[in-house]
Design a protein around this ligand. Structure first.
Ligand code: MN
Length: 128
């Protein structure tokens, strides 16, 4: 058994996020397993760029209010307790609502994420 002490929080890179996003590692991939778990904190209005995960991704919302959208789908509001599964290769984005922080746990089964264009202000929007 190993008790891991808290490690420094790291900031998400500007090319993948529209503003301040902070990561705390929960679980690193350890061979032969490949799952990675992070706590991710988005400032209000901040969202990822469009992207997909080669092995899919589970998000578990733990605080705040957020938005998620798959390519071709509607923008959907996500709240604490929601679990969002995005299958492998499905292009999507996720982020905070315009006036709220969003905190989610992100679980990936592998490290392969393909990044695309930023989410435009026209694409980003709180549904009516
Ligand atoms: Mn994702």
């Amino acid at each position: 058994m190993t008790i891991l002490s808290t490690q420094p929080t790291t900031k998400g890179p500007a090319e993948w996020f529209a503003g301040d996003v902070w990561f705390d590692v929960v679980a690193r991939a350890e061979e032969p397993g490949r799952a990675r778990v992070n706590t991710v904190r988005f400032a209000p209005w901040v969202r990822t760029a469009w992207h997909s995960h080669a092995l899919g991704q589970t998000l578990h919302v733990t605080d705040g209010l957020g938005l998620v959208q798959s390519r071709g789908g509607e923008v959907v509001v996500i709240r604490p307790g929601d679990v969002i599964w995005t299958p492998r290769g499905e292009e999507h984005w996720h982020g905070a609502a315009p006036d709220n922080f969003l905190v989610h746990t992100a679980i990936r089964k592998g490290d392969e994420t393909s990044w695309g264009n930023p989410v435009t202000d026209e694409e980003y929007g709180y549904p009516d």
